[in-house]
Design a protein. Structure first.
Length: 206
């Protein structure tokens, strides 16, 4: 029997991805538990979502730390104390330095097909508007392992969806999010099953 994977979820906003995890756990589609939720923003609604499920919450603001290293250490100290197996960034907007012990144990999801429309400043509806403005016909989402650069780690899963001529950022975001709700739990299940192997920039699914 597969053991439940213990998740630490990092958020900065509404927590819709966190809610997706909680819904999938409740329905039995994801055998996991959210052990802790950490927000970089004290006003993030995602904190309320976590509290409603009795999940321990913490706020760690970047402005309270002189360096990225100190900020990252504060986050990982909490994670270490929670006994987390896998860290999932879920709309988290701050750069972290990943300790060696957590390499290959931190995932993120980006609402576009990396390496397009990604990196510093590309988040939320900004991404979808950039996709529309460029005129591409296909968008989607990317689940990747996290390294020490924005949206730069090895890609685990990508799912696609069409971009329609009458789309605006909101309608495209909704379509992409439907793919995110499938892709992120799938990536977690592959990690849980021990099927992900990182070779350089490639993630092999065994």
């Amino acid at each position: 029997m597969t053991k439940a994977v213990k998740l630490g979820v990092l958020i900065s906003g509404g927590g819709t991805t966190l809610q997706n995890f909680l819904d999938k756990i409740k329905s039995g589609e994801l055998k996991a538990s959210v052990e802790v939720a950490i927000s970089s923003n004290p006003k993030a609604y995602g904190l309320e979502r976590a509290k409603s499920r009795d999940i321990p919450t913490h706020v760690v603001e970047r402005k309270d730390f002189k360096s990225v290293e100190d900020f990252s250490r504060a986050n990982f100290d909490i994670i270490e104390g929670a006994g987390v197996d896998l860290i999932c960034l879920a709309g988290y907007l701050k750069l972290l330095r990943i300790p060696k012990a957590y390499e290959g144990r931190v995932m993120n999801i980006h609402p576009a097909l990396i390496p397009s429309f990604c990196g510093s400043g590309f988040y939320g509806h900004t991404v979808h508007q950039a996709v529309i403005d460029y005129g591409v016909k296909v968008s989607g989402c990317t689940v990747h392992f996290v390294n020490n650069e924005y949206d730069n780690g090895p890609i685990i899963i990508q799912r696609t969806c069409p971009v329609f001529p009458d789309d605006d950022a909101e309608t495209l975001a909704a379509r992409v999010f439907r793919e995110e709700c499938i892709a992120y739990p799938q990536a977690i299940r592959l990690f849980q099953a021990g099927r992900l192997k990182i070779e350089g920039r490639r993630v092999l699914i065994e």
